[in-house]
Ligand binder design. Structure first.
Ligand SMILES: C[S@@+](CC[C@H](N)C(=O)[O-])C[C@H]1O[C@@H](n2cnc3c(N)ncnc32)[C@H](O)[C@@H]1O
Length: 275
């Protein structure tokens, strides 16, 4: 994967439109994770790679005013915009920190959640171990990653493939042979991080696009922006045209179409005291 500062730069540049182009995507995905984590009023919760707050918002609702929800992210603009959104929610704090080394007190959270972040990290296994150390005994962790992709996503990604450096060839999952290729792979990361009773919950979300232009706007607003940025600027118009023609073929008479995305929430907890 790209160096952490490279990823943070991509998300900083995406921050102004991230999750804001009219495609419900990060929020429905995060909602599934919050349900699985069953956060209770008063709990202390960490959201690693909080982005624009897709997971923070429902976590804050579940933890309530007696709880505490800390969101950390490496991209300063994501953090400043998100902190501004939550300035009137006293239980929420948002800070710049590296998910690989959050620098937080050990055994200080009841719950750690992270949605669509782990596959950006250079050493996901080490990150999971460090997050597990932040949990109290019995504390829960849940991480969300992508399951099998809609075939049409692959076709969209394939338009960018000739331009991508090897480490970005499968940016959504860090490679089809890595830990993110299967439920077992991600479960192993959590188990090796010291968590017990690890399991996977599956959900399916649907991304609905008004037309091909909408898909292009969406592609700039999230991690796929890294793919655009790998293409020389003078080639953007031709690539855009290629995408419009491809996605034009997905739509009904009005141009509308949707992609189905399988999502996996991988869950575990730190063994209770004395077990
Ligand atoms: C796909 S977004 C997901 C954001 C949010 N969790 C959501 O569900 O909308 C990935 C996020 O991870 C952050 N990120 C990437 N690498 C990171 C790192 N090493 N430490 C902290 N955050 C990181 C990015 O800045 C970005 O906000």
């Amino acid at each position: 994967m790209a160096a952490p500062e490279g990823i943070a730069g991509v998300f900083d540049r995406a921050a102004d439109t991230y999750d804001d182009v009219g495609v419900p995507w990060f929020r429905p995905i995060a909602a599934g994770l919050v349900e699985e984590l069953a956060v209770q009023p008063g709990e202390r919760v960490l959201d690693v790679g909080c982005g624009r707050g897709a997971l923070l918002a429902p976590l804050a609702g579940a933890a309530g005013p007696t709880g505490r929800v800390l969101g950390v992210d490496l991209a300063p603009r994501m953090v400043s915009r998100t902190a501004e959104d939550f300035r009137d929610v006293p239980q929420v704090e948002v800070r710049v920190a590296d998910a690989a080394a959050p620098g937080l007190p050990l055994s200080s959270f009841d719950v750690v959640g992270s949605s669509l972040v782990l596959f950006f990290l250079p050493d996901p296994a080490a990150a999971v171990r460090s997050w597990a150390d932040l949990l109290v005994a019995g504390g829960r962790m849940g991480v969300t990653t992508f399951g099998p992709q809609d075939e049409r996503w692959r076709k969209v990604d394939a338009v960018f493939t000739p331009y991508l450096p090897p480490e970005m060839l499968d940016a959504r999952t860090s490679g089809s042979r890595g830990p993110f290729a299967s439920d077992e792979g991600v479960e192993r990361l959590l188990r090796e991080g010291g968590l017990v009773e690890v399991r996977t919950a599956h959900r399916v979300v649907e991304a609905v696009f008004r037309d091909a232009e909408h898909l292009v706007a969406f592609s700039w607003s999230h991690g796929q922006r890294a793919m655009w940025e790998a293409v020389p600027v003078h080639e953007h118009p031709a690539l855009r045209q290629q995408l419009l023609e491809l996605a034009g073929g997905f739509g009904d008479e009005s141009g509308r179409f949707s992609f189905t995305q399988h999502v996996r929430h991988t869950l575990g907890h730190r063994a209770p005291e004395g077990s």
